[in-house]
Design a protein around this ligand. Structure first.
Ligand code: CUK
Ligand code: CUA
Ligand code: CA
Length: 658
């Protein structure tokens, strides 16, 4: 089945590329700085206004969900009958909502919103003492930050594929890395990175570069986008030479920061190699520009590669510095500091122009970085990068094995495990499917090779894309998600703030087939799609994991220590184990609530009027809140989570005596 909006691929690579924008082939040439400054606004608005995508309404109807033949690719139905489960977990970032989200794929059913950096009214994340401890507080007990901006979700690996243990997500605003357990789907640790701002790209490593027994994730790499004075303490505000950006390694288990590398230029997205030896970040500001135009002045930026084993040796050998109050060792990864490739910690491979995105191909051979302001994708061969570090490859340029035109505004790339790459074209509002080996042949000089396989219009302005298991050696080439930044008229209008449009594409065949549109609350960036058998979700808690909890109703009690009162309550549908408790005006009250119910899906809530308290406890769980009893009177605490026929009756009195 073919979508009627696919643009035919034509006879050679040049035309393959030009077919995307026949009206203005000149735009494909690299633009000078003045033009680029205009491009950021002008081309975008042209793209939006011209709306060539509006000719595609038939697509969804023509490829009705479930219409695809099951065939060799297996079950490619997009719908699921009532009670039927999805095949994949989709883990989505939530952008400046600060959260992470879980969708079932292929249906797109939303299964969970995981509060991470965002205080959450339903669960009490940011209200309970336990979550505040993870989020971090000021000396007065308030949250240190109440904002967050999540972009990239990636998960832990073992043997080249997901092990279902952890996912990580970044906070760009405050440069924090959060870890989410994939058994409970809850955030369990947050680390604030020192010496950086605009922490953007993350990627876990896939094995140790040295120890062959460590074939799983032990590090998470973090790229920082913004240059800041080092140290950032009020000195050197106006001296760009004192500004720098650092690449950070965080321990996957302890979540402590292990080391940092100072680089030339900035960092954006991040990727790690399957052999554990390399990580890389694309750089759009090798100019070290402080202003917009400065960041677009160079024809080439770079993809900076990190030699992990050498960096860790340098740290061991004490070849590092520290900045300000931070104790984290910072090694020198600048070009000036690394003149000899045979000892260099870093390798800067040129990539045109303000590249966005770097993705590792599932065969372990290549990293692909897209040009953003150049219509090209650059294919970097990792063997050659290792060769450069050994002194066998003369120039960083020689690590590039293909640089081919694919369309306007290329950003992120996914893979199907059959040798094809799928890249989002932000300005063209398209997905382009292209063959990596064919692109390499074409770049070598065989211009008879067709490397563009297919194009699909998407709605509109896609950012990230990912395919089922695409970031693993088990990439299965079934489903492709496309995260579109603009939905425009695709859904019922709901006022000026539009939902984003996440689209699902069947990539099991030669042609891409658009099968679903989903409105999503702004604004996810990146996501991964993981086979469901990998995740072993814990459906109830083990009470032993909560030593502060009480075991049964007989342990319910109120303890006083000066003006500090601790209340232990249990919940078991449809009752709280304390029907009332009494405190004195001015007391600092801590309520521990333990859910005695062990039945799956039997959650209770605890809301306390006029004290701004609301949180839930899941089966087996204990949580606590601390507040001041600063108003005399009677306050009914009640269960917020519908748990029983007598749920409404599930309440008790807090008496605050003058
Ligand atoms: S960035 Cu959003 S489209 Cu933060 Cu991954 Cu490329
Ligand atoms: Cu307990 Cu509702
Ligand atoms: Ca640049």
């Amino acid at each position: 089945m073919t979508s009627n909006n696919n643009i035919d691929t034509t006879v050679n690579g040049k035309e393959q590329a030009e077919a995307a924008v026949p009206q203005d082939p000149g735009r494909r040439k690299f633009l000078n700085t003045a033009a680029l400054t205009g491009l950021a606004g002008a081309t975008l608005s042209v793209g939006l206004a011209s709306c060539k995508q509006e000719t595609t309404p038939a697509t969804g109807a023509a490829s009705a969900p479930g219409a695809a033949a099951a065939g060799a690719a297996g079950d490619m139905r997009v719908e699921r009958a009532p009670g039927e489960l999805d095949d994949y977990y989709g883990l989505w970032s939530g952008g400046h909502s600060g959260e992470m989200r879980v969708y079932g794929i292929p249906t797109g059913r939303e299964l969970k919103r995981i509060p991470v950096f965002n205080p959450d009214l339903l669960t009490g994340w940011g209200i309970t003492n336990e979550s505040k401890k993870i989020l971090g507080t000021k000396p007065n007990g308030d949250l240190k930050y109440r904002t967050g901006d999540t972009h990239h979700v990636h998960a832990s690996y073992k043997n080249g594929t997901y092990d279902g243990k952890y996912a990580w997500v970044n906070d760009k605003i405050h440069s924090r890395l959060a870890r989410v357990r994939l058994d409970t789907f809850e955030c369990d640790k947050i680390t604030e990175l020192p010496n950086v701002q605009g922490f953007h790209g993350i990627f876990p490593d896939k094995r140790d570069p040295v120890d062959p027994n460590i074939n799983y994730t032990t590090r998470v790499f973090c790229g920082a986008e913004f240059h800041i004075p080092l140290p950032n303490d009020g000195r050197d505000l106006d001296n760009p030479e004192k500004y720098g950006a650092l690449f950070t390694c965080v321990d996957a288990e302890t979540m402590e920061v292990r080391w940092q590398v100072r680089v030339d230029g900035n960092m954006d997205l991040c990727a790690s190699s399957f052999d554990g030896k390399l990580a890389a970040c694309n750089q759009y500001n090798t100019e070290n520009g402080v202003h917009f135009e400065d960041m677009m002045s160079a024809e080439n930026d770079a993809c900076v590669f990190f030699n992990i084993a050498r960096i860790e040796q340098a740290v061991k050998d004490g070849k590092f510095t520290t900045y300000g109050d931070s104790k984290v060792p910072v090694v020198d990864g600048t070009q000036a500091g690394n003149p000899d490739p045979k000892t260099a910690l870093t390798c800067y491979v040129p990539v045109p122009k303000n590249p966005h995105g770097v993705n590792a191909s599932p065969d372990g051979k290549y990293f692909i970085s897209a040009g953003k302001l150049s219509p090209t994708a650059t294919v970097i061969e990792l063997e050659k990068v290792l060769g450069f570090f050994n002194g066998d490859v003369a120039s960083t340029k020689d690590c590039v094995v293909a640089e081919v035109e694919i369309g306007l505004g290329p950003l992120h790339t996914a893979f199907d495990g059959r040798g094809n790459a799928y890249t989002t074209l932000f300005l063209d509002s398209q997905m382009v499917k292209w063959n990596v080996d064919a692109a390499i042949k074409y770049y070598k000089g065989d211009t008879s090779v067709k490397y563009v396989v297919d194009r699909l219009d998407v709605t509109y302005q896609p950012g990230h894309t990912n395919a089922s298991m695409s970031e693993t050696m088990e990439a299965d080439g079934k489903w492709l998600g496309v995260g579109n930044k603009f939905s425009k008229e695709r859904f019922l209008p709901v006022g000026p703030l539009h939902p984003e449009c996440e689209q699902l594409v069947d990539i099991s065949g030669e042609k891409m087939r658009l099968v679903a549109d989903h409105p999503v609350w702004p604004e996810p960036h990146d996501f991964i799609i993981m086979r469901r058998d990998i995740i072993k979700a814990q459906q109830v808690y083990n009470p032993d994991d909560f030593p502060a909890g009480i075991k049964d109703a007989s342990e319910s009690r109120v303890e006083r220590n000066g003006n500090k009162v601790t209340v232990h309550i249990g919940s078991q549908a449809p009752m709280f184990s304390l029907r009332e408790f009494e405190v004195k005006l001015g007391d600092e009250v801590t309520v521990f609530l333990t859910n005695f119910d062990k039945v799956e899906d039997l959650t209770h809530g605890f809301a306390l009027p006029r004290h701004d308290i609301n949180f839930i406890v899941n089966p087996g769980e204990t949580r606590s809140v601390t507040f001041k009893a600063d108003k005399p009177g009677v306050y009914w605490y009640y269960c917020t989570h519908f748990c029983h026929a007598l749920h409404l009756e599930m309440r008790g009195r807090m008496i605050v005596r003058k």
